[in-house]
Design a protein around this ligand. Structure first.
Ligand code: SAM
Ligand code: SF4
Length: 475
């Protein structure tokens, strides 16, 4: 059976589990396509159509090297055609590592007695935020273990604290959240603190595997987690991020699980997720997983390309879990957000030293600990436009990821100018001289590319205002 959202009544689906493993396995086992069919599917995606589960499965099943290359090329073209060269930057900030759950892949799990348990005090949270502001960050994701101490009220308070920190010309303008699932009231409390995206990863969409790796605590309940972002939607949070932890189960199953999650949201809430994350399992204190499903580098590149084509309008997040070489490669296939200057050690940013190999202070090991400026410099050199833009969210233009995608000219009118303005702010306030020179050269080139555009004169004026000390200018 091919999944069509319209075949499912909305009332039937609200806050109900929606994964049918047999349906997913049928798609994996029986969806095959020749070269012609694969090309048709890539074309549909380039025409901005979200792919069905069957079409996605056909791409996942393409094994011939030349077809895999065509899929990667399709993802690259889609990224260039739809999103241009912007890459949004953010940093994760771990607020506390207390946890009642026993997820076998996670260093924070309750049974890990060797983990140093830390919850940042108000002062420490301010210090961490200040250190991140001083790197040049404007967007953070706050991360928490699952624990009664980390109630909705606690999370809302930490969000308010972070928004309240100002240092020199800097401030955090958008706070996203990655935390445990709440009930509708809890989500409402957190929404009211003014968050951007609420991220919750299903980890694995395969229920028996889910049961095997979640051995204690509330997180054992697969359905409570699967329907978590439905409750967020019911609470008015329409900006949600989904994800799967790759390496727990068959990667093709997880990709189809993610796509099924997307079409569930589209059918029920008329809006897909804002972002998709696809973390691969990294080393962690007493990591205890079956290694049979670990995802190899070439499979990872394939899965990112297929996801890009399957859900062409959604932001895709790639984190410092991956080493620089993989990040450089995968960036081209459709990633829209990356972190920079990442330090997962609790309280690590304000200690002004890089993330270390000490697993007792963090959830898992990262593999890219370049500073934000090293990453900025490299992006600029490669011709990407690093962006700290938060304009849409602050102007209430929610669903901006969808507008970027579906409103002709939106990127040229808003996203590119705003990316360049936030880059100019970074260059003025945080960049060393050589990055600054390269950065302004890039800004001049990109403004020249926009030369026929209606906002270009205003953009030139605003860049000059930034040079004169004005901040937070946007379209
Ligand atoms: N406690 C919250 C929860 O479980 O939803 C917050 C999640 S955790 C702090 C953020 C994400 O990191 C998890 O959802 C999981 O996908 C990922 N993660 C956990 N252990 C990992 C590991 N060893 N390697 C890579 N990612 C991991
Ligand atoms: Fe706790 Fe989240 Fe880690 Fe599970 S993944 S042990 S819930 S912090």
């Amino acid at each position: 059976m091919i999944y069509h959202p319209e075949n499912y009544s909305i009332k039937d689906q609200r806050m109900k589990p929606f994964i049918d493993p047999d349906e997913i396995w049928n798609f994996i086992n029986y969806s095959k396509g020749d070269k012609h069919r694969v090309r048709e599917i890539i074309k549909a995606s380039l025409d901005k159509k979200r792919l069905s589960l069957e079409e996605t499965a056909i791409l996942l099943n393409a094994e011939e090297p030349d077809l895999i290359e065509e899929i990667k090329e399709g993802a690259r073209t889609l990224k260039e055609k739809v999103y241009g060269e912007r890459i949004v930057l953010f940093a994760p900030l771990y607020v506390g590592d207390l946890c009642i759950n026993n997820c076998q892949y996670c260093g924070f799990r309750a049974e890990n007695k060797g983990m140093k348990r830390i919850t940042l005090s108000k002062e420490e949270l301010i210090n961490e935020s200040t250190a991140l502001i001083d790197q040049g960050h404007k967007r953070l994701i706050l991360v928490y273990g699952e624990h009664p101490k980390y109630s909705a009220e606690f999370i809302a308070e930490t969000v308010n604290i972070v928004y309240g920190v100002k240092h020199d010309n800097g401030e955090i303008r958008r706070v996203n959240i990655n935390a445990a699932p709440f009930d509708i009231n809890g989500f409402r409390t957190i929404k009211d603190s003014g968050i951007g995206t609420f991220q919750i990863f299903q980890e694995t969409y395969h229920e028996p595997t889910y049961a095997k790796v979640h051995l204690g605590g509330v997180k054992r309940n697969y359905d409570w987690r699967l329907t978590a972002l439905d409750r967020a939607q019911e609470a008015g949070i329409d900006d949600v991020g989904i994800g799967a932890l790759f390496g727990l189960y068959d990667w093709r199953f997880e990709v189809l699980g993610l796509v099924r999650h997307v079409n569930h949201f589209e059918a029920v809430y008329k809006v897909g997720p804002h972002t998709i994350s696809f973390p691969r399992i990294q080393n962690a204190l007493s990591l205890n997983i079956d290694k049979a499903h670990l995802v190899k580098d070439d499979e990872f590149v394939r899965l990112v390309s297929v996801l890009r084509l399957a859900v062409p309008y959604t932001g895709m997040i790639l984190t410092a879990r991956e080493p620089k070489e993989i990040r450089d490669q995968v960036l081209r296939f459709g990633v829209s957000q990356i972190d920079g200057g990442t330090n997962l050690e609790l309280g690590g940013y304000s200690k002004a030293k890089k993330d270390t190999q000490d697993l007792t202070m963090k959830q898992f090991q990262i593999n890219d600990n370049r500073s934000l400026n090293e990453i900025m410099d490299e992006l600029i050199k490669t011709g990407y436009i690093p962006s700290f833009c938060t304009a849409c969210y602050r102007l209430g233009r929610t669903g901006e990821h969808f507008m970027e995608f579906s409103v002709p000219g939106f990127i040229k009118r808003f996203c590119s100018p705003n990316a360049l303005l936030t880059l100019a702010e970074y260059l003025e306030d945080y960049a060393p001289q050589d990055t600054k020179e390269k950065g302004y050269k890039l800004i001049d080139e990109k403004i020249a590319d926009l030369s026929n555009h209606q906002n270009v004169e205003k953009l030139r004026e605003k860049v000059n205002l930034v040079k004169d000390g004005k901040r937070d200018l946007y379209f």
